[in-house]
Design a protein around this ligand. Structure first.
Ligand code: 5GP
Length: 210
């Protein structure tokens, strides 16, 4: 049986560019992990595709998934539900592949409780003014939603302490490289591989006795 994959939790404040960095990571060469498509009740933005960008669902459908215990985590964020369906994550990890979640910080906190051995990566803005400009520049939110996103973002930055790594998003290609380097290194951590080597020693010694 193959080893269980690594759960990678990529998070950070609203507007920091998580989605952009995540897409650039998945478009880049030399990565070997699967993206977990999230479920949301928010409206589809122009160009978004159901099942690719998100699974777009009604509140009733989403709440039924929560009731059935089918979400790894979920959060209500600026008036909408966002969450990670559990089944895909478990199936993929069990098959030995790494799974990459791109989620906001409340959800990341829930994953930390359920799966503390995940790799928790926090994407930070170079500064708060630039963060505001990015949210405004996206042109998809009303002024009220922008103010709320900025308020939420400041609380979110305080949650960095929960994470293993902080990566600054000054330039997307640099942020992409940092995240990929972190994930590659995580595979070599002694605590992740020691079980395999212990088994190797046991198997070797048993074989000697035969
Ligand atoms: P947006 O509406 O801009 O696509 O996403 C809003 C926020 O929800 C972003 O911070 C995004 O990372 C987060 N998000 C997307 N999918 C999930 C999810 O499955 N769970 C949680 N907790 N947050 C998510």
């Amino acid at each position: 049986m193959s080893e269980r994959g690594l759960l990678i939790v990529f998070s950070g404040p609203s507007g920091v560019g998580k989605g952009t960095v995540r897409k650039a990571i998945f478009e880049s060469k030399g990565h070997d992990f699967e993206y977990s498509v999230s479920m949301t009740t928010r409206q589809k933005r122009p160009g978004e595709v159901d099942g690719v960008d998100y699974y777009f669902r009604t509140r009733e459908e989403f709440e039924a998934m929560i009731e059935a215990g089918e979400m790894l985590e979920y959060a209500e964020y600026v008036g909408n539900y966002y969450g990670t369906p559990l089944n895909y994550v478990n199936k993929t990890l069990d098959s030995g592949k790494d799974v990459f979640l791109e989620i906001e910080v409340q959800g990341a906190g829930q994953v930390k409780e359920k799966a503390p051995d995940g790799v928790f990566i926090f994407l930070t803005p170079p500064d708060l003014n630039e963060l505001r400009e990015r949210i405004v520049g996206r042109g998809t939110d009303s002024p009220e939603v922008i103010d709320e996103r900025m308020r939420v973002a400041q609380d979110e930055i305080e949650m960095m302490a929960l994470y293993d790594y902080a990566v600054v998003n000054d330039e997307v290609p640099l942020a992409v490289k940092r995240v990929k380097d972190i994930i590659a290194s995580e595979h070599f951590r002694v605590e992740r591989v020691i079980g395999k080597y212990r088994k190797m020693l046991t198997d070797f010694n048993n074989q000697e006795k035969i």
